[in-house]
Design a protein around this ligand. Sequence first.
Ligand code: PFF
Length: 453
Amino acid sequence: MSNEKRSNFSGKIGFVLAAAGSAVGLGNIWRFPYLAAKYGGGIFLLVYIVLAITFGFALMAAEIAIGRKTGLSAIGAFKKLDKRFSFIGYLSALVPMIILPYYSVIGGWVTKYMMMFLSGNINKAATDGFFDAFISQPIEPVIWFLIYIGLTALVVVFGVEKGVEKVSRVMMPVLVVLSVLIAVYGLFMPGAIDGAMYYLMPDFTKFSVKTVLAAMGQLFYSMSLAMGIMITYGSYMKKDVKLESSVKQIELFDTGIAFVAGLMIIPGVYAFSGGTPEALGKGPGLMFVTLPKVFNGMVFGNFVGTAFFIMVLFAALTSSISLMETVVSIVCDKLKIERKVSCLIVFLSAVIIGLPSCLGYGIWQDVKIIGMQFLDFFDFISNSVMMPVVALLISVFVGYIIKPDNIIDEVETEGAVFKKKKLFVIVIKYIAPICIILILISSILDAFNIFTI
Ligand code: PFF
């Protein structure tokens, strides 16, 4: 990505939509609801929202400003600002490399469900145990994973992202409307109101450090933070676009979709299983287990379900394309090779790294790393370890090395006013570093079962 070729987004709305395309994905629809269900419902939602308007806001503003100021993507940007800190750029570039493979495994599951609904197999998808049986097979999930990641790679090779983004821009609002309708419909199922209460009413006895860590990791993941993506997007942003209000809009959009997805899935879990701890803690499979049952009981359920999974697939694709793009451009720049070759290398490595995650629910289910299945492990390393570390480094870098004024100047270019300037400085200098350090220590101790809070 050289400077001459750096094109600009056509204005504020163009920038917000492109960044939202990367931000809104499986993180919102698949990951957020299962974490909220697992970590105490309302309390998770509350912690998440508080973090979004403090941490999320400060970090996203910092990343976009760094990108716009330097006009470079992560590796080059840190180097340009202070050579000694180029390693932050490299570290952040590692995160999408870890996420892309397992993201594509889940993308494969979505593709499979979409095809099932399309071929009218809704009853089968809604049967108990169907999902577990599917992901534990040795061949089928691998094939869907390959189809999904192949699709992502094709888009990246042929550079037709813009086409996919255009379709997704139309689909995204429809997805929001559809999700609200599904959520409202779901609330009328017997028992669903209890689920809605669990999701919306914070129960402070369920608060723990783990809740904060899970919410923080989810925030970074969902908003594509702490992995260099927003720096790259910022580098394409025009100077006259208001940075602060763009950040607020992206956050609102991203959090809004996650919120509705939770409302669509968690009450359903209650309706179908009474909200037992096992049902709530189902983990990565939650969306695939609950939603087909909701659709199955619905008039035109097949149609609504098919439409829903098609849209989720597009939302996922725009995100995995931006993940792969990032990795491909890094490989291109560093190895000085052609884009097509770089795509092939990234594709093959992602397939190899993704395979254990794909097989980890079936034939490799007994292989565990620090007590976790492969997919959970990669998710843990990227979300609960690497992203907080990168976020910590970025906040220290901005707070103490280049100083917050540098970012504030960038936000205030062309006469714009940085309304939340004070909040930004306090979060970036004090709250973020201290909280992240505490949370990291406790999570690492916890992962090794040394000391659990
Ligand atoms: N933010 C995306 C999601 O919530 O699904 C995941 C993601 C996409 C992370 C692209 C990073 C990225 F570069």
